[in-house]
Design a protein around this ligand. Structure first.
Ligand code: NDP
Length: 248
């Protein structure tokens, strides 16, 4: 039976782990051809194999989305493989939590580069194709930290609030071309995201906090993405905020 996304093509950034893997599998499960992109090739190939084994179409593009030329390459490879781009899920990201005072400022640089500029570059590269098609859907994975903040989240929140600002301006601009924009704001999801935190005291206390709750699964966020992109064209799901029940 054809899925709700049969004949559509999607790009998922950060498709080598966590929310990106679950989203790629979910979109492929609805029949979309999926371009899987991130830096770790073996992980991407593994996801591609799972999609193909289930009868779907997948293309792997190894790229650092924070480098503009590589973000453009992702989009070009998607066009070469599938001839269109219906959905771009900007999911690649880093959450390098830590205090502002004494921060390693390279953490800020990396978060702005990937969470914000990578998302902007990929969007910028995909939009002309969506505009030509007269339709398209940009899904930006922000965070509860994209609308709130706490001690140790200042740098991360800065990158995610910026995603909110970019997305809102973009929504108003591109709706006239039939292009929809959705921002998804997850609370705590069990993924590898915390592994990369460089401030050790913050990493430990965050990990302890997660142990006290039942976090969301990556599949819960993939379901939100799938919901947004399978609505009738008149429906523009602008924002979805999803917390675990245990998160205050
Ligand atoms: P993971 O660490 O499991 O996944 C992050 C993904 O981003 C990986 O696939 C990684 O791939 C990719 N990535 C990182 N840097 C780059 C880069 N420079 N170029 C290309 N890809 C890159 O974490 P999550 O699945 O949790 O995170 C996905 C998104 O969800 C992020 O934007 C995160 O901020 C957001 N989010 C997560 C929450 C959570 O609690 N887990 C809560 C709220 C939001 P690779 O290393 O192979 O390049």
């Amino acid at each position: 039976t054809p899925g709700k996304l049969s004949g559509k093509a999607a790009i998922v950034t950060g498709a080598s782990s966590g929310i990106g893997v679950a989203t790629a599998l979910a979109l492929a499960g609805e029949g979309a051809a999926v371009v899987l992109t991130a830096r770790r090739e073996e992980r991407l190939q593994d996801v591609a194999r799972r999609i193909r084994t289930a009868g779907g179409q997948a293309e792997v593009v190894v790229a650092d989305v924070a480098k503009e030329a590589q973000a453009q390459e992702i989009v070009q490879r998607a066009m070469d493989a599938f001839g269109r781009i219906d959905i771009l899920v900007n999911n690649a990201g880093l959450m390098l939590l830590g205090p502002v005072v004494g921060a390693d400022t390279t953490d800020w640089q990396r978060m702005i580069d990937v969470n914000l500029l990578g998302l902007m570059y990929a969007t910028h590269a995909a939009l002309p194709h969506m505009q030509r098609q007269g339709e398209g859907h940009i899904v930006n994975i922000s965070s509860v930290s994209g609308r709130g903040a706490s001690p140790t989240s200042a740098g991360y929140s800065a990158s995610k609030w910026a995603v909110g600002g970019f997305s809102e301006g973009l929504r108003q601009e591109v709706r006239l071309h039939g292009i929809r924009v959705t921002v998804i704001e997850p609370g705590v999801v069990a993924t590898e995201l915390t592994d990369h935190i460089t401030h050790q005291a913050t990493k430990s206390s965050y990990e302890e906090r997660i142990k006290t709750m039942t976090p969301l699964e990556a599949e819960d966020i993939a379901a939100a993405v799938t919901y947004a992109v399978t609505q009738p064209k008149r429906v523009n799901v602008n924002q979805l905020l999803i917390r675990p029940l245990d998160q205050g």
